[in-house]
Ligand binder design. Sequence first.
Ligand code: PLP
Length: 335
Amino acid sequence: MAFIKINKENFFHNLSQFVEKTGSKKSVGIVLKDNAYGHGLELMAQLSKEFGLTQAVVRTYAEAQTIQPYFEEILVLGDSAIVDAQCSFTLNSLEDISKAQKGAVVELKVDTGMHRNGIAVSELEVALAQIEEKELILKGVMTHNRSADELSSELFWQNKVFENLKKTVASILSHKNIRFHSFNSASALRLPCQNEDFIRLGIGAYGYSELPDIYDTLDLKPVLSLWANKVSTRILQKGERIGYGGTFTTPKTMTVSTYDLGYGDGWMRSSSLQDFISCEKLPFLGRVSMDYVSLESEKKEVCIFDNALNAGKQLNTISYEMITQLSPKLKRYLV
Ligand SMILES: *Cc1c(COP(=O)(O)O)cnc(C)c1O
């Protein structure tokens, strides 16, 4: 079966760059949702701990439970709030407040312009009152930026909305020990971070920035590479056709091998529509099958990609999708 190599040195390198910006390991929350962006949830939790991070962000409570031994604090983005000393739960709506278990630690998400999740700014007072009534423990107030990775001033406008919100929250609540956070990787790349209580660091830790080049402020290194093993080799005469539909015709005598990666492993079949070229400059020949691809090579192992940003550009998608969709069945090896 195809497999994944995880480069620990590159991961630590990326984390160090962001820690330099925040000034503290304590304020960096490593985002481990969706199998740690395909890198492997438990493996990346272990490495994050070894590096010295104490906080993580996940989507589900089940993910949080898996990584509890590795962190002091875990923020759950997408499950109902229950009482767990180690976890805080995102409140995405007034309804979430009513569903929350009494005594749960919560972080209120406010919609400052993305219009995906969070209560409206106008609901703030009602929400804070309901949180108090329900005897929930408010740990933080947060928002999410809609265009941090685009070349525009929208990020600054949205930050301004959030800054005003902080003041409003402070004026409503007398106690001051609430954290505020809005930064994802792109925001952290573009803006100073030393005054942030907490940043939610996802894609940047894994080595990617989808920002236009002018924002390349940090030197990030991809952590993941995807590999496949040779299954068999055959010599084909000129004019033979390869794979389902025989869409590729050999232009000359070719030595072609089958490798054990397919769309069943989270590789996109749409790469059959355009010629995907591996990082070792080998074009995919014909259609991708469920478990196989064909390449002109006799190598025992081939590297399919070692940079998801470049690979994604060939397939009309973003680095996030290239790595997140990789099947959890694939073995992850630490190098
Ligand atoms: C996924 C996610 C992040 C991390 O975003 P990156 O762009 O990968 O850094 C931060 N905050 C929230 C709410 C998210 O859902």
